[in-house]
Design a protein around this ligand. Structure first.
Ligand code: HEM
Length: 287
């Protein structure tokens, strides 16, 4: 004979209103985690396309000794005679591929639980590479980037500072075994490291929305829209993440359902941005 658990007995005696609330609460939790998983799968797919582009354009022309080809994308990708600047941009772009592959691997629960040693080593490599990517990026943006205005340079420099801050906290909490805090900072780190990728995705979504460049000059690559997108590349993902944390721990199902709806809607917009970036920016350079 099976004996009903106290929970089952309680739920039998629960009033219909309480049962409905319980069901709504369970549904809202599932909806929020489905939204987060969908977002992650779409983002990782988009970042993989970005990595394929980096490897097939930058890495393959570097292996052929044809760094001049980089100038097709970056006006000052390769400047004859400027050895330090050329090394900085080479390190920056090639490390971008390592960073973009390493980040999602750190966040996958199955890999974290099944291969803890890999998680620790990949984590160390990830932190070291994001620091190098940020410092080389800062060097390039303030010494020889031909693209963008002072304000645009400032917005991307803030991204570099945010990466360094998030990397510091993610590492400190991991070393001190404060795993809940480590996880929160690791998610923030992943989002700010993805800032460059978000910039391209938001820009292409904006261009698709307006049927062409709007709010900036495509020849000088300057304008208010680019300053706004420069800020949005980290402000929007970080704000949505904080909302997600809030909704996840909230007792109100409505908070979780609203957050899930927002994440689904933003994932749709992100998918459009990824598709346009792939077709307009990355694929043509890969073929
Ligand atoms: C850590 C994540 C980052 C990744 C994955 C990344 C990736 C890339 C890639 C792939 C390029 C080549 C451009 C293209 O082909 O589209 C690039 C260029 C560049 N990145 Fe980054 N980047 C990151 C962070 C940063 C940061 C934090 C800064 C600035 C502080 C920065 C500044 C630059 C600059 C100045 C260029 C050259 C653009 C130009 O010459 O106009 N990057 N980055």
């Amino acid at each position: 004979m099976t004996i009903a658990s106290p929970n089952a007995v309680n739920s039998l005696h629960a009033k219909p209103k309480e049962r409905a609330h319980g069901a709504l609460s369970a549904f809202s939790g599932k909806a929020l985690s489905a939204a987060a998983t969908t977002w992650f799968v779409v983002a990782v797919a988009g970042q993989l396309i970005f990595v394929l582009y980096i490897l097939s354009f930058y890495a393959s022309s570097a292996l052929q000794g044809n760094m001049q080809a980089w100038n097709k994308v970056l006006p000052t990708g390769h400047v004859p005679g400027d050895t330090l600047g050329n090394i900085a941009i080479a390190i920056h772009v090639l490390i971008a591929a390592v960073v973009t592959i390493g980040g999602p691997l750190q966040l996958m629960a199955k890999i974290r639980a099944g291969f803890p040693r890999f998680h620790r080593w990949n984590g160390r490599v990830y932190i070291a590479t994001v620091v190098v990517a940020s410092i080389s990026g800062l060097f390039v943006v303030w010494t020889r980037s031909a693209n963008g205005s002072f304000l645009q340079h400032l917005t991307i420099s803030i991204n570099a500072v945010l990466i360094l801050i998030a990397a510091w906290f993610a590492l400190r909490h991991a070393v001190a075994r404060r795993l809940a805090e480590h996880r929160r900072w690791a998610l923030r780190l992943f989002l700010v490291v993805s800032g460059s990728w978000f910039f391209r995705v938001i820009l292409m979504f904006w261009i698709a929305l307006n049927g062409g460049p709007a709010g900036f000059d495509p020849t000088t690559f300057q304008g208010p829209a680019l300053v706004a997108i420069g800020l949005l590349q980290y402000v929007l993902p970080l704000a949505v993440l904080e909302l997600y944390f809030f909704a996840k721990s909230s007792a109100r199902p409505a908070a979780r359902i609203s957050a899930a709806g927002l994440v689904f809607a933003l994932t749709g917009a992100m998918a459009v941005g990824i598709a346009v970036a792939t077709m307009g920016m990355w694929l043509p350079k890969m073929l």
